[in-house]
Design a protein around this ligand. Structure first.
Ligand SMILES: OC[C@H]1O[C@H](O[C@H]2O[C@H](CO)[C@@H](O)[C@H](O)[C@H]2O)[C@H](O)[C@@H](O)[C@@H]1O
Length: 571
């Protein structure tokens, strides 16, 4: 057993910085609460995010004045017809301020599109998925640029690709897999415009926001901007894009490796290891889910307990895994979310990737000194990942608890049980990075561990082995998790690993295809227990569209193709 000590404060999620909200968001949260009181919540038909996505038709004080004059019932609700009329009169529809934009580089069948997909049924479907980019490409309307004070949507310079349905704005980590799909679709200009927008967010805020809304300014999401730039450069050789991106990448690197995100762990040999964690700059209900968060916090009586839960909720959203038992001290009690007390394997894998990408990209522009320093940083992080996360017995990398929840000391002694032994797809994320997947004996050990983990199911890789009812748990499978693991296995160059990767990709493509044929849509997540079934659970209805699912299907078809005689239906 290695002994390590965590040296970072604050040790719980209650403390820390807060990015102030805006009066517009605060007002729309009031409308959201009144709408819940008025319309009620039937079978998740009430979506709190709808209300914070409205735009104003008149200035804020006039709108608030009209809202305050609405007749009220004793419980604070408004007669339903009055509220409905108020909404129609005073608000622009959610999503109206992000208008359809024909992508400049879309053609119905691009030259060289998925040459290895020869089965006619699969090829026809791949072209349909490709055509979905037209439905998902948007640009910010002129009214957002002219009167940003009336909108929660943030102005962005270029067109974006949105995930779809209730997700009417660009999202950070989704964009990586959207871009991988756009590259398969030969839509290089659209891919670059997404990156340009994300760079503009770093220039304004110092980090890429969770999504391009005012209410997402208090947190980021899994950091994959450098991976996007690297992927586009590999295909296009566009050195100007690299030059434009590098200052933003260096700034973003600082964000994740300083202040509240940075944690130093000292091991038994007195070596320091620097790793990062998710830590949102927010301690109130998430505006897009305010009514839900308040209901969860109502079990606590003190403000500080509520604030701590709110920070953990927002930090879980920063992780992209909102929500999962991964972040709960007690997997049967949602209110024990403690994301800020965990060093996550995948976040540190993304940061290792960022270090390697920056080392590569700075070399491309001739900055050898910076390139060398990032290679040094990557060696240190690889060492930290091995020391803190690797579990030899399980053949997996395990998330690490930096605070056991019983004390709030400046430092504490590491115990073996501070590694989280539950099985999550993220335990295999290091495979995605060449520093790990180039070690063939390691890959074989990890491959066998994955095979017997319980995660590999009929229709893909499950998020975890725990069926909690949360969306980032069993039996849901998510496109980004399939892709990272499959691509990592492929990159290893091992024949066994490639064949396992292909088997997972085929199952995933089939489930996406069959669900598409049955429902006419691509889904945000799938139920990996049953081929053709979409996913569920969590705080909102499962969504369709869907950016990263489309991207991963196209990327898989590009890698593996689809032979003429291979059946596409569920087997
Ligand atoms: O509205 C609730 C939450 O919704 C988002 O999270 C989910 O959708 C995102 C877009 O596809 C995806 O990036 C994330 O992994 C999903 O869990 C949003 O990102 C959250 O911040 C938000 O609270």
């Amino acid at each position: 057993m290695t002994v390590t000590r965590a040296l970072q404060q604050p040790c719980t999620g209650g403390g820390g910085p807060v990015v102030p909200t805006t009066p517009l968001v605060a007002f729309l949260e009031r409308v959201q609460e009144t709408a819940l009181d008025t319309f009620g919540e039937s079978e998740k038909n009430f979506d709190p995010k709808l209300y914070v996505d409205f735009s104003l038709k008149s200035n804020l004080s006039t709108t608030i004045g009209a809202f305050d004059k609405l007749p009220r019932n004793e419980n604070g609700s408004v007669p339903a017809p009055d509220l409905q009329e108020f909404i129609e009169k005073w608000f622009g529809g959610a999503g109206d301020d992000l208008v359809y934009a024909e992508p400049v580089d879309f053609v119905p069948e691009p030259e060289g599109f998925l040459p290895q997909v020869v089965n006619p049924e699969v090829r026809a479907w791949a072209l349909e998925v490709h055509s979905l980019w037209k439905n998902l490409t948007r640009k910010v309307s002129g009214s957002v640029l002219d009167r940003s004070d009336l909108h929660t949507l943030l102005p962005l310079p270029e067109p974006v690709v949105i995930p779809g349905s209730r997700f009417r704005e660009v999202y950070y980590w989704d964009s990586y897999w959207v871009i991988r799909g756009l590259l398969a679709s030969k839509m290089h200009e659209t891919a670059k415009s997404i990156v340009t927008n994300l760079i503009s967010l770093v220039e304004t805020y110092g980090y890429v926001l969770n999504g391009a809304r005012v209410y997402y300014t208090n947190r980021s999401q899994p950091p994959l901007l450098s991976a996007m730039v690297h992927a586009i450069y590999n295909r296009t050789g566009d050195i100007e894009l690299v030059k434009k991106a590098l200052p933003a990448l260096l700034k973003e690197y600082q964000f994740w490796n300083s202040g509240i995100h940075k944690v130093t762990i000292e091991d038994g040999e007195a070596n320091n290891h620097i790793l990062s964690r998710y830590y949102a700059m927010w301690n109130k209900p998430r505006p897009e889910s305010s009514t839900i968060d308040k209901a969860h916090a109502s079990k606590f009586s003190s403000d500080s307990e509520k604030e701590q839960l709110y920070r953990e909720l927002a930090s879980s959203a920063e992780s992209g895994w909102d929500f999962s038992t991964r972040w709960m001290r007690n997997i049967s009690d949602f209110t024990t979310l403690s994301t800020t007390s965990i060093l996550p394997v995948d976040l540190n894998v993304f940061l290792l990737g960022m270090e390697l990408d920056i080392a590569f990209l700075t070399k491309v522009v001739g900055d050898n000194a910076t390139s060398k320093s990032f290679l040094v940083a990557s060696t240190a992080r690889k060492q930290a990942i091995n020391t803190v996360f690797w579990n030899e017995e399980k053949g997996q990398w395990l998330d690490y608890w930096i605070n056991n929840g019983t004390t709030c000391e400046e430092s504490h002694t590491w115990q073996a049980w501070n590694q989280n032994h539950n099985v999550y797809a993220s335990n295999y994320a290091p495979l995605w990075i060449d520093l790990f997947n180039s070690d063939i004996s390691l890959v074989e050990k990890v491959r066998q561990s994955l095979q017997s983990s319980g995660l590999v199911c009929a229709a893909g890789i499950a998020t975890s082995t725990i069926n909690s009812g949360e969306q980032w748990d069993f039996p849901n499978g998510w496109a980004p998790l399939q892709h990272m693991i499959v691509e990592g296995l492929v990159r290893s160059g091992s024949q066994e690993a490639r064949s396992m990767a292909q088997d997972i990709a085929v199952r995933w493509i089939r489930t996406n295809y069959v669900a598409y044929k049955e429902t006419g849509a691509m889904h945000e997540k799938y139920n990996v227990e049953k081929c053709g079934a979409s996913g569920g659970g969590g705080e909102y209805k499962s969504q369709t569209g869907f950016g990263w699912s489309n991207g991963v299907v196209l990327a898989f078809l590009e890698e593996f193709g689809w032979p003429k005689d291979l059946k596409i239906d569920c087997q």
